[in-house]
Design a protein around this ligand. Structure first.
Ligand SMILES: NC(=O)c1ccc[n+]([C@@H]2O[C@H](COP(=O)([O-])OP(=O)(O)OC[C@H]3O[C@@H](n4cnc5c(N)ncnc54)[C@H](OP(=O)(O)O)[C@@H]3O)[C@@H](O)[C@H]2O)c1
Length: 340
């Protein structure tokens, strides 16, 4: 069968809300799509492509990648590159594409952490895999305690100067190192565009560490990941562990986290969502989107149906003080300690 040529939905930008990334010129879709899981070699290419097309047709123009997303490492960037070289090709200037380096990628001393050597080589590899001349933002994926932060930040500055990334960002930096990174980048005229970190109803760690306030003071944008705590904050695990779920693979989302106490909490949250006329996934995303400090929420999805559900979150961002207080009961530190 001959596949029809992809043509993006003409109404795509009317379906999405866009928010500014900090005090920059860049606007991001309120919902972005992450390719950490579900876009590697275990996922049929047609399925991954369908998800990417669907996302873009809904106005999701930001796709979040990293060198090691897969499995295997590099596979998600390769999948994205195949779509980039075909159906997304006419749309390059409408897309905001990220990559990152910071975690284990290749053997030896130059395939991990935050050296200039690693970041420069990794970005070149990512560009080749994604069939791109440049990424829109390149992140230091994590803080490296053994590399001078000046080296890591200068690598980001030089990557931007070389035109291989338009903007620089940092991910998962502790407070004092994020502070130093923001200052270094601003002093070198490459202000940090985005801080990326985990934030959701169960995990408020970045709020508690003061990183959100710090980021706002630095005029950077906040983009949050694992908004559904990898699927826990959905209907997925209310009645056991589905065989096609992330938790069934027992890797990044461990089955041991699903204690009876957590299931009871998720059921309470689910009942709250139902009273709001939402699914638990929708409510969890709405809760993040209601916060104007959040520029974009990066969700993961294994099906178009999940993405469809998640997009509905944008239409109900009002929470009563009572609802917020009830949700806050689930942010106690004893929950946070249970997660990786
Ligand atoms: N900077 C970093 O260090 C870092 C770290 C982690 C993630 N990220 C980024 O953030 C992105 C999102 O992270 P994440 O995948 O952990 O996000 P998430 O949105 O918390 O979890 C995604 C998973 O939740 C389930 N799900 C999503 N929508 C659903 C719905 N409506 N109903 C039921 N289940 C639903 C799916 O699980 P099933 O697969 O089981 O169906 C999906 O794979 C990543 O792709 C990556 O781009 C960055």
């Amino acid at each position: 069968m001959i596949e029809p040529v992809y043509s993006a939905d003409a109404a795509r930008y009317e379906k999405m809300q866009y928010r500014r990334a900090g005090k920059s010129g860049v606007q991001l879709p309120l919902l972005s799509l992450g390719l950490w899981q579900n876009f590697g070699s275990h996922t049929p290419f047609q399925h991954a492509k369908q998800l990417l097309h669907y996302a873009f047709d809904q106005g999701i123009c930001h796709f979040d990648l990293a060198n090691n997303y897969g499995p295997e490492y590099g596979a998600a960037e390769e999948t994205f590159g195949r779509v980039m070289a075909s159906s997304f090709k006419p749309y390059r200037d409408e897309l905001f594409i990220s990559s990152k380096a910071g975690y284990d990628m290749w053997p030896g001393p130059y395939g991990n952490w935050g050296s200039r050597k690693y970041l420069m080589a990794s970005l070149d590899q990512s560009l080749r895999r994604m069939k791109l001349d440049y990424v829109d933002i390149f992140y230091s994926h994590r803080f490296d305690p053994n590399t001078p932060i000046e080296e890591t930040m200068q690598a980001l500055v030089d990557i931007v100067r070389q035109g291989k990334a338009l903007y620089a960002g940092i991910s998962r930096y502790p407070y004092e190192h994020a502070d130093r990174a923001y200052r270094y980048l601003a002093a070198h005229d490459v202000p940090c565009l985005l801080l990326q970190d985990r934030y959701n109803i169960l995990d408020r760690n970045i709020q508690e560490r003061g990183v959100i306030d710090l980021t706002m003071d630095a005029n950077a944008g906040l983009i949050v990941f694992s908004p559904l705590q990898q699927g826990l904050l959905t209907g997925r695990y209310l009645n056991g562990i589905p065989s096609d779920s992330r938790m069934a693979r027992n890797q990044s989302l461990r089955q041991s986290t699903l204690t009876p106490e957590l299931v009871a909490a998720l059921r309470e949250l689910n009942a709250m969502a139902e009273r709001r006329g939402q699914t638990l996934a929708e409510m969890s995303l709405s809760w993040l989107m209601r916060d104007p400090r959040v520029s974009s929420v990066i969700v993961g999805a294994s099906s178009v149906e999940q993405l469809q559900d998640n997009l509905k979150a944008m239409s109900n961002l009002d929470f009563s003080p009572e609802e917020l207080a009830a949700i806050d009961r689930f942010s106690e530190p004893h929950w946070i300690r249970q997660y990786p």
